[in-house]
Every structure is written in C-alpha cells, then in structure tokens.
Design a protein around this ligand. Structure first.
Ligand code: IPM
Ligand code: MG
Length: 366
C-alpha cells in the first residue's frame, strides 16, 4: 500500500515543525517498508498571501483524495481581521478542512514524561504516570453552528450569539469513536457536559450513556460536569484514561491537559472521520499538533517539533496501521528527553532540527 500524504505547513512555526516531522517520517517509513506519496501545499495565511484565499479548491480536492494530512498550524494577527462570507469554516483554512472532511472525532493525547515532571506545574508524585486522551467533538456545537451572528441595536448596544447545539446523531457517532479509542487503551471513559444547566448537555449525557451501555458494556463509563472534570484533571491527572467532550469543552480541556506534558508543544492530535473496531482508519484523517502558530517565535528555528512528531506517530498508528512503529517513535521521544535533549519551551537549548535529530538518533538506536 502507498500512503497518500498531503503536508500543509500553514503559518508561523507550522512549516518548521512539519519539515522536522517529515525527516522523522522518512526514517520511520523506511524502517517498516512503508511507501508513501508526499505532496505539499499552502494553507490559511500562507495561501492567502499567494492566492488570496485560505485554501484553494484544488488543495481541498487533493486533501479529500489523500489518506492523511499533516498540518503544522494556522492563523496569525495578519489574517485575524479578514472576514469571509459564510460559516465559521470559511474563516480559517484548517476549520474548512475539518468541516469538509467531516473529521468529527479528535484524539488529543497527553502524557507525563519522566524527564519533564519538574517542567510541569504539578508535584512529581501527582503527575507521574499520567497518560490520557481528550476526545474532542470537532465538527459541531457552538464552533460550527449556523445560528450565529451579531446585531447592532438602535441605541448602539450590541448582541452576539453562537448557538451551542448538538443533534443525537452527532453525539452518537462521536461517542462510538470515543469508546473505540478507549477500547484500544485502558477502557475507561469520563464523559463531560453541563447537563445540570444546558439542555444540549442533558442530551449529550443521555446519548453517551445509551451508546455506552448498549454497545460498549465492557468500557467503564462515568459522567462528570465539565467544571468538575477540569478541577479533577488538576488534582488527579493519573485518574483519567479517555475524556469525551464537545467541541468547546474539548478545546479547553485539551490545552489544560498539555500542562501534564510540560508544554503545549508536546501534544499531538488525530482528527478522524471513523475508527473501526480493529485495523486502520479508512477515511482521510488530519494529524496536527495541538499548539498554535506561535508568530512570536516563527522563523527562528526554535519551535518544539515533538507535538508534530507525535502526530506523525498517530498517523502511523491510525492511518497506516503501523502500531509498533508508532510506539517506537514515542519511545524515541521519551529516550531523547531522558538524555536531556530539549527545546526551550521544556527547559533546553536545542533548536527544532536538532530536537528532531535527537529523536531520529534514538529511533535508530531502539
Ligand atoms: C485548536 C485550536 C483551534 C480550535 C483554533 C486555532 C481555531 O485552538 O485546534 O485547538 O479552536 O479548534
Ligand atoms: Mg485549541
């Protein structure tokens, strides 16, 4: 099988971390005899500067015909003021890709690295061994609602709104992937909502509960209010395996969980449109670090490439089905960190390429 990969560096530090991860891909793919066909293109601000749109139609077509997209990061102050006609997906090239590919299930993996325990805000004994996934619903809720707008009243005051809506079908399909991810891990799910306040939260809880009980009786399920989940994540990060959250809560909880890893630069993600009971994902998936474009350090070669490299490992696991190779990349990151290799965000002095080199050297040694 030849994997079709489209790399979209995007903006800020995005192209730098993608370039570093592609070097890891060369070595990792070669080690397991995996063939891939790689193309690259521009996304969001970079596309705007050259083509005057956040994503070209031909890029979108190419994305749909790919097995996996590797995305660096999008956005920056230069493009924040641009408002395009249409829904939220028109305002950002990455949001457009998520919407068009319907990658509704985003897997964001956070773990405590032994070498970085003292770089976290936690006491070592609280965070050691933490390894969890925040599953974020990625194509619905307030972030993609059509019921949004801004009104200016006669007295000059304003009203703005983004409806936090979910259908049972959207919750169902997301919950199924979440439970499948849990089965591939420690089979413990905590679903978060504000069912005590929001009607959409009540539906969320009922639907997740029904799917869990009827289709995944082997997976342990608990329901937490989102505020309490956030608090428990601070107090006992090791108690969590898989968290199921809507688009907004998942955005917040995935950034919060990055504190466990010691830096937002360490977190990978996989955005999926399906996940079979066993085997590899069929639909196009997006693999990207959780961090943003960090315009303040862009172009200096100092960004942490680990979030992108670990996203590549998720691609090898989910899209290529090369689970052992994925584990080996994670092992190589762990080993590189244990030897003291680190970028500035995690207390070291290495640049982006040198950090990738350290991971590659450990990969070869494993
Ligand atoms: C993320 C980011 C994006 C989001 C932004 C850049 C639109 O914060 O992937 O978590 O909110 O989805
Ligand atoms: Mg975010």
């Amino acid at each position: 099988m030849t994997l079709k990969i489209l790399a979209l560096g995007g903006d800020g530090i995005g192209p730098e971390v993608v370039a570093a991860a592609l070097r890891v891909l060369d070595v990792a793919a070669h080690s397991v005899g995996l063939d891939f066909d790689l193309s690259e293109d521009l996304l969001h601000g970079a596309a705007w500067e050259k083509y005057g749109c956040f994503i070209r139609p031909q890029t979108l077509d190419k994305a749909k015909a790919s097995d996996a997209l590797l995305v660096g990061a999008t956005g920056g102050p230069a493009w924040d003021h641009i408002i395009i006609d249409g829904g939220p997906e028109e305002q950002d090239g990455l949001m457009k890709l998520r919407h068009e590919l319907d990658v509704f299930a985003c897997v964001r993996h956070a773990r405590a690295w032994d070498a970085l325990l003292d770089k976290t805000p936690f006491r070592a004994q609280t965070v050691r061994g933490a390894d969890l996934v925040v599953m974020r619903e990625l194509c619905g809720g307030a972030m993609f609602t059509r019921t949004r707008g801004r009104e200016i009243h006669a007295d000059g005051s304003q009203r703005a709104f983004d409806l936090n809506e979910y259908s049972s079908a959207e919750i169902e399909r997301f919950a199924r992937v979440g439970f499948e991810v849990a089965r591939r891990r420690r089979s413990q799910v905590v679903s978060v909502d504000k069912a005590n306040v929001f009607i959409a939260g009540k539906l969320w809880r009922e639907v997740v509960d029904e799917i869990g009980k009827s289709e995944f009786p082997d997976v342990e399920l608990a329901h937490f209010y989102a505020d309490n989940a956030s608090y428990q994540l601070c107090c006992q990060p090791t108690a969590f395996d898989v968290i199921l959250a809507d688009n907004l809560f998942g955005d917040l909880l995935s950034d919060q969980s990055a504190a466990i890893a010691g830096s937002l630069g360490m977190l990978p993600s996989a955005s999926l449109a399906d996940l079979p009971r066993t085997g590899r994902v069929q639909g196009t998936a997006i693999y990207e670090p959780v961090h943003g474009s960090a315009p303040d350090i862009a172009g200096r070669g100092i960004a942490n490439p680990v979030g992108m490299i670990l996203s590549l490992a998720m691609m090898l696991e989910y899209t290529a089905g090369e689970v052992n190779c994925a584990r080996k990349i994670e092992g190589a990151v762990d080993a590189a960190l244990n030897m003291g290799h680190a970028t500035r965000d995690i207390g070291g002095t290495l640049g982006t390429d040198a950090m990738a080199d350290a991971v590659i050297a450990q990969f070869r040694a494993l």
